[in-house]
Design a protein around this ligand. Structure first.
Ligand code: NAG
Ligand code: NAG
Ligand code: NAG
Ligand code: NAG
Ligand code: NAG
Length: 349
């Protein structure tokens, strides 16, 4: 009798991988095109990133900013970012990671971007694939370098509004001399992520995956919205890649493409539920929604670029806050931006 049970058990466990294989196959079919491939290889990456604690052999290490570029087209502003990163004194204070949709043949811009592409998958609007891509960027950056202490997500349409030095000091709240004794687990550092609760149509967005689907993990009163572009602390980056509970819900496909913006909800909801006090509640990337109605923010064209625009974009209504980055700029803005880079943007004035 007991040997029968043993045999059944063994058979059951042997069949688990098969069940898993078939269920993930099944998921692809039902979810297509919302999730382009099973997450199993990602899950391994996320688990490693959430649990490993890489060591540093650097003496007197300084914290770094990981810049995470999420793109599905060429990085038109690579020359401007190259200038942003180019000062030799900053060389050890940042890392770059690029997630490029593999179907859009994004070219390696060379320079500081050379070979900084991470293994990537296709992304679609109105699907959880933009969340997956951001988590992949966070996981790769977490694993790559323990000194990555802030993780700034940007897109190909984003530009810097200040010099690297300025951004670095702003994030680490201090001058560089005192950073020589930076504590790698310092909790006074907060994530810069927008967290809003009373936006129009948030209830429709909560229902995007169907009625009662989000319960019990996320009740409506816990559901938040914010920009998909954030700057997270290492602690929060790990929190995101460790999460399976909310991700299980947010990765479900929407029932219609309308009101389907999962990447604007997953991160603010998760972080506000797990560590609201660790978040500033505002973002560092300026975006202009004035007069926009189709889900796309204002896209700046070359004739709009001027020193005054840069100064206006930096200012915010919350007096203590500045914007460090801005979007969206059309690729043709590169030249006018390069023309004012040295005298305005990177001169911080
Ligand atoms: C991206 O850049 C490469 C090399 O500069 C170019 O050949 C390609 O056409 C560009 N792709 C798009 C979509 O513009
Ligand atoms: C920089 O840090 C040092 C050491 O903590 C401090 O003495 C100095 O006043 C700081 N300078 C500025 C401009 O904050
Ligand atoms: C660095 O900070 C730790 C803990 O705050 C302190 O014990 C240590 O003496 C500091 N080291 C230096 C060089 O200031
Ligand atoms: C925001 O976009 C509107 C057009 O949609 C434009 O008139 C306005 O000047 C922009 N604001 C800033 C600060 O650039
Ligand atoms: C600042 O506040 C004013 C009035 O509340 C509003 O019209 C404007 O859009 C705000 N600007 C930004 C950049 O948030």
């Amino acid at each position: 009798m007991s040997s029968h049970i043993l045999v059944s058990f063994i058979l059951f466990f042997l069949s688990l991988p098969l069940i898993y294989l078939f269920s993930s196959k099944f998921l692809i079919i039902t979810n297509f095109p919302f999730i382009s491939s099973p997450d199993s290889d990602d899950n391994y990456l996320f688990r490693r990133a959430a649990t490993t604690n890489p060591h540093t052999t650097a003496t007197n290490p300084k914290p770094k900013i990981a810049f995470l570029f999420l793109t599905n087209s060429n990085l038109s502003f690579a020359p401007l970012w190259e200038k942003f990163f180019s000062d030799d004194n900053n060389r050890h204070l940042f890392n770059i990671y690029i997630h490029a949709d593999p179907t859009s043949a994004v070219a390696d811009p060379g320079g500081v971007f050379h070979h900084r592409f991470i293994p990537s998958k296709k992304t679609y609007r109105s699907s959880p694939t933009l969340i997956s891509a951001s988590r992949r960027l966070l996981a790769n950056a977490l694993l790559d370098d323990i000194l990555n202490q802030y993780f700034a997500l940007v897109s190909q349409h984003c530009i810097p509004l200040f010099s690297f030095r300025f951004v670095y000091k702003y994030l680490f709240k201090d001058n560089l001399t005192s950073l020589t004794n930076f504590s790698l687990s310092n909790s006074r550092y907060q994530s810069f992520i927008e967290i809003l609760s009373n936006e129009p149509r948030i209830y429709e967005r909560y229902l995007a995956r169907g009625r009662d689907v989000m319960i019990p993990e996320v009740h409506f009163h816990q559901f938040r919205v914010g920009s998909q572009f954030f700057v997270l602390t290492r602690r929060h980056a790990k929190m995101v890649v460790r999460d399976t509970r909310l991700w299980r819900k947010f990765r479900l496909p929407c029932i219609t493409a309308e009101q389907c913006y999962p990447e604007e909800h997953y991160f603010p909801t998760l972080l506000s539920m797990e560590d609201l006090a660790g978040c500033t509640g505002f973002m560092l990337t300026r975006v202009n929604w004035t007069g926009c109605w189709d889900g796309h923010p204002h896209r700046y064209e070359p004739e709009e670029v001027s020193p005054q625009l840069i100064r206006d974009l930096r200012e915010s209504n919350q007096s203590s806050q500045l914007y460090l980055f801005a979007r969206k700029f059309s690729p043709e803005c590169l030249q006018p931006l390069m023309n004012i880079a040295d005298d305005v943007i990177f001169r911080d004035m």
